[in-house]
Design a protein around this ligand. Sequence first.
Ligand code: PRP
Length: 208
Amino acid sequence: MDNLIIVNNPLVQRDVTYLRDKETKEYQFRLALKRIAYSLAIEISKTFKLEEREVETPLEITKGFSITRQIVLVPVLRAGLSLVDSFVEMIPQAKVGHIGLQRDEKTLKPVDYYYKAPKNLDISHVIILDPMLATGGSASAACKFLKDRKAINIIMASLIAAPEGVLKMKNEHPDVLIYTAALDRQLNEHGFILPGLGDAGDRTFGTL
Ligand code: PRP
């Protein structure tokens, strides 16, 4: 699928294995997730535009670069919060918006309960953060929310994606590139990703 980029270096593959393992404790789960998020941030940063600027070293003036476009991270509450710290460490100038979406466990449809984002989304690089792309309902709703508020340049960062969700995004938001650490096999009848890692939010925050 051409809307999907799989980020899979050996460190990521090892860490995805930690995430999948049901014996992995919360603190190990959080650390593995944090490390994967660094790799995602690096990969996504390849889409950022650089501007040249002069920099004066202690010895002479030389050419340097800066990222001038505003970067807005938008974690989808709650599980998306688990990716924020790593992205902010890698992109310290980033602003952070929040979208609260909860998947209704019966209908599997996302229900929104919170939204707050910085201004000027139309001239920003917007990166949606959500570890799970299952049916794609939440990701698609998050994109619509942001597009309704004038965002144009949107990227999705996830840890695990199901083909069903990637396809839904391709149909509904073909302009949005998805970066993920693993493309899994399928969804089960409850909308859980197989083989997956369970529920990232519950495993991160210990609410199993
Ligand atoms: C999970 C996950 C995504 C969504 C993915 O959130 O973090 O937001 O489900 O499913 P979808 O692709 O089918 O929409 P959940 O509703 O469990 O809330 P949480 O973040 O509070 O755990």
